[in-house]
Design a protein around this ligand. Structure first.
Ligand code: TEU
Length: 565
């Protein structure tokens, strides 16, 4: 059994994008007290871990992923007393708070960066500053140190005239990359973790943590790419993570790393307990099955063979080497998965329940992103003015610079924007969906009138009830938490993903085998299914059309068959 299974196998995490979850003071922005007011809803779902996106002081250029002070609470979201109350109330309900630590970069409004701009050597060394050419000027700074591109578009370097230097920013220009090769920086980050540990926090998410170690020396990307090979899973990343975990006092905590463009081999090292790094990894390769040529901003229909191969590679690969996957379809950076990989126009319920059935029964720890448990969809925005995300607004222009018309660029943004997942949580059918008594910072999706918690709670046929069922299964059926996983061959070229879980010495009455079959299409599929004596463990159509060794899968149907004799 995977060594992580006993501590993490029956846990389920829920992600809150604090800006959009619940506003308590009418300013149109979600906050800590708002979350506290909704803890019973979360406890009712059955979640154990609550990942809350950053609420530290920030100018909000990237909605909190641009941190000014890691040891305080931004007044936008409340006070430290509000945080402490939330932590207490969550603990009473058996829920552990997972804080989101953005350690690859700080805001350029951070004290450290300000002191660097003032020319203090100690703080210049906190960041990746590189001397510009001696004759560089503000009007003509010359070429940046490398041709690397920011993930939000444009050069990854910004020229600072008063220093005649460039600084690196892999993300927004206001997010300056820290120099993790500097032991003073590593000391600071470990100290920040100790500060939150002293407050009783025992769970952390690390933002793009596999980007912290950059290759020594500055080289152009010879492929004309964005330079990611020079900083992704970099030369010292494992060493720095082990040191951070040990000195931050978080070995044994529940931790998860967001691993951008990573590899299986590195994620085994990040999560295998023998390495004392993190306990889980978010990898994103499965969420690139609809990226034409791997480019987020080039649309293509979802490639089901690619999706199946990635799931198989990561599930069987991490199992073989005692790594541990975070299981997810969405977060605050991804479009709503039911809109993206299903068809919410023709099969909203089936699309909204196919996806979690596929992943919640895999090996790993499932993450539910706010509203996913209600079947929230991409918003029906019709104008770029409705979008707020810096990346989306940048790419609306970049795509037009690449030759797309404004309408074509808008269509791509509409399908790919991070704001697709950032519209207010839909609590009820009122004008602002019960999210705020004020004006929401971003528009409410029009379908909140019928997709909302008030309409679904108590309805045993709701998407919410289906998620409750999946979560209860993970806690009640040991095979899901502890079983081995194996994907079935023979489905290439079909819209089916199929795998089985097996558990040796399954407890009396519990399943020793579960077969999961998922139809990622809007068409009925007939399968040869030599599955006699099977029980229907769970299915998004409520039953299974299984007879005489044949199984019919209806549009976007997922079913799990179990053997427990
Ligand atoms: O995301 C990393 C990241 O690259 C994502 O922004 C996402 O993969 C990208 O938008 C795909 O095009 C983390 C945070 O989750 C994100 O919200 C932050 O903006 C980013 O890091 C910088 O901190």
């Amino acid at each position: 059994m995977n060594p992580r299974a006993s501590e993490l196998g029956n846990k389920v995490a829920y992600q809150i994008y604090i800006r959009s979850f619940q506003d308590s003071d009418g300013d149109g922005i979600g906050d800590l007290r708002g979350i506290t007011s909704r803890l019973d809803y979360l406890a009712g779902l059955g979640v154990d871990l609550l990942w809350i996106t950053p609420f530290f002081p920030s100018p909000q250029a990237d909605n909190g992923y641009d941190v000014t002070d890691y040891r305080a609470i931004d007044p936008l979201f409340g006070t430290m007393a509000d945080f402490e109350e939330l932590a207490r109330e969550a603990k009473v309900r058996g829920i552990s708070l997972m804080l989101d630590m953005v350690f690859n970069h700080t805001s350029t409004t951070h004290e450290w960066f300000k002191r660097a701009l003032a020319g203090e050597d100690r703080y210049l060394a906190y960041y990746k500053f590189v001397d510009a050419a001696p004759d560089a000027t503000e009007d003509n700074p010359g070429e940046p140190p490398t041709n690397w591109q920011s993930k939000f578009g444009g050069s990854a370097w910004e020229y600072v005239p008063q220093l005649n230097k460039w600084y690196l920013h892999l993300f927004d220009v206001t997010q300056a990359d820290l120099d993790w090769d500097n032991p003073d920086v590593r000391d600071e980050m470990a100290s920040i973790l100790r500060f939150w540990r002293k407050k009783g926090v025992d769970s952390f998410r690390f933002d793009v943590v596999n980007l912290i170690s950059k290759v020594e020396g500055w080289q152009d990307d010879p492929t004309g790419g964005d330079g990611r090979q020079f900083y992704t899973d970099g030369p010292h990343v494992h060493e720095y993570l082990q040191e951070l975990v040990e000195r931050g006092g978080i070995d044994g905590c529940v931790t998860v790393g967001e691993m951008s463009s990573t590899t299986l081999e590195n994620c085994v090292r990040y999560t295998n307990p023998a390495h004392h790094e993190l306990s889980q990894a978010f990898s994103f390769h499965h969420l690139k099955a609809d990226y034409a040529g791997g480019d987020k901003w080039a649309l293509q229909p979802m490639d089901i063979d690619q999706l199946r191969t990635v799931f198989r590679t990561w599930q069987e690969g991490m199992q073989e080497q005692d790594g541990w996957n975070a299981l997810f379809w969405s977060n605050h950076d991804q479009p709503r998965p039911n809109s993206r990989f299903g068809n919410t126009d023709t099969h909203w319920y089936a699309s909204s329940t196919l996806l979690p059935t596929c992943t919640h029964l895999m090996q790993g720890t499932p993450y539910i992103y706010q509203g996913e448990e209600l079947g929230m969809t991409n918003p029906d925005f019709t104008s770029i003015d409705q979008y707020r995300d810096v990346e989306s607004i940048n790419y609306f222009q970049i795509l037009q610079d690449r030759g797309l018309t404004a309408d074509e660029a808008f269509h791509v943004v509409h399908e790919r924007s991070r704001d697709d997942a950032r519209t207010p949580m839909q609590w009820d059918g009122s004008a602002t969906a019960g999210f705020t008594t004020g004006t929401p910072w971003i528009g409410v999706s029009g379908n909140h009138t019928w997709i909302n918690a008030a309409a679904e709670l108590g309805d045993q046929k709701s998407v919410y009830a289906y998620y409750q069922q999946l979560i209860a299964l993970r806690k009640g059926e040991p095979i899901i938490a502890e079983g081995e996983i194996r994907f079935f061959d023979g489905y290439e070229g079909t819209p089916i993903i199929a795998y089985e879980r097996t558990l040796e010495n399954a407890p009396e009455g519990s399943a020793w085998r579960v077969v999961v079959l998922c139809n990622f299409s809007g068409d009925e599929q007939q399968l040869s299914a030599p599955f006699d004596q099977a029980q229907t463990l769970v299915g998004n159509y409520g039953d299974a059309l299984l007879e005489a060794g044949k199984l019919t899968l209806r549009p976007y149907e997922a079913v799990a068959l179990a053997w427990n004799d």
